[in-house]
Design a protein around this ligand. Structure first.
Ligand code: GRG
Length: 282
């Protein structure tokens, strides 16, 4: 395995992957307002954590670097689903955010109707990309199954529903963990597990454990960052429920557990996934 650091991996893959996303949507979407609104959020400076994790797992499972572009449709589908979720999350009837990644949110730029449709378009296009991928049928089916299971009403959509309907209630630690697991961790878990499936690597409980741990850790880090910025004071977050220090401890424990889990993974190069854990130290 030549590339050992997650940041180096991203640096080498991202230019081609970003071009792929742009070219593909530009060639497929003919309705210009829809295309502009979809591309606006897809190109708004997201970190691409989920597709890079998917590709890193495929690479760590033995896919050659020069073959990674065959996996771009599925990596892209994961990013399309993530982008749709952010557009819809920002809507006035959801989190009501005017800004995302330092730019106007999609509905502030294009209006609520177009933003809803841009999200709808990204979500459905994701499954078109998976169906059109050149990977074997069983791999494409696994990608559809895992992504729809984790991003839909059994995962992310359920978490979002709890979030918007329980806003005024104080959640218990268990309820909050379930909410975060569904809303944030399930899509990250999907990126990791789909990467293993698509690369023909047998999925183990260790890799699932790693994925779940980093998924929850991702939300805790985001909550801690927001707490530092003085945001989310009245929301159901771990820093509000158990305090900042206990949240930091919980985050550190999740990162340690993820590290121990991935080290147990057999016939798999661990370097990239261990190196990804640096994300939580920044
Ligand atoms: C609308 C069905 C539906 C779901 C929305 C993703 C989501 C569910 C809500 C976002 C709430 C939020 C900010 C959660 C914290 C963790 C998170 C998902 C952060 C954003 O992901 P990043 O940091 O974003 O990967 P970038 O901008 O880099 O793509």
């Amino acid at each position: 395995m030549e590339i050992k650091k997650f940041s180096d991996f991203c640096e080498q893959v991202l230019p081609d992957f970003n071009k792929f996303l742009d070219d593909r949507l530009k060639s497929e979407i003919k309705q210009t307002t829809l295309r502009d609104a979809m591309l606006y959020s897809l190109d708004a400076g997201g970190k691409r954590v989920r597709p890079m994790l998917f590709l890193a797992v495929a690479y760590s499972s033995g896919v050659r670097f020069e073959d990674l572009s065959k996996y771009f449709d599925i990596a892209g589908a994961i990013e399309l689903v993530h982008t749709y979720s952010l557009i819809h999350d920002d809507l006035p009837e959801m989190d009501n955010s005017d800004y995302r990644r330092g730019k106007l949110s999609n509905h502030k730029q294009f209006g609520v109707g177009p933003a809803v449709l841009a999200g709808d378009g990204l979500l459905t296009q994701a499954f078109y990309w998976i169906a059109k991928s050149s990977l074997d049928t069983d791999k494409r089916m696994a990608a559809v199954r895992i992504l729809s299971h984790n991003a839909g009403p059994m995962g992310m959509v359920a978490g979002q529903m709890t979030d918007i309907t329980m806003e005024d209630k104080l959640l218990s630690e268990d309820e909050l963990t379930t909410l975060h697991k569904q809303k944030t961790a399930d899509l990250i878990t999907a990126a990791v597990t789909t990467g293993a499936f698509c690369a023909g690597h047998e999925l183990s409980t260790n890799l699932v454990q790693y994925a779940n741990d980093i998924g929850l850790a991702f939300q805790l880090k985001d909550d801690l960052n927001d707490a530092d910025d003085g945001e989310d004071a009245d929301k159901n977050t771990f820093p509000n429920l158990i305090g900042k220090k206990a949240t930091e401890e919980k985050l550190n424990n999740l990162v340690k557990d993820a590290f121990n889990a991935v080290l147990k993974e057999e016939e798999f190069d661990k370097n990239l996934l261990v190196s990804f854990l640096d994300y939580f130290k920044e």
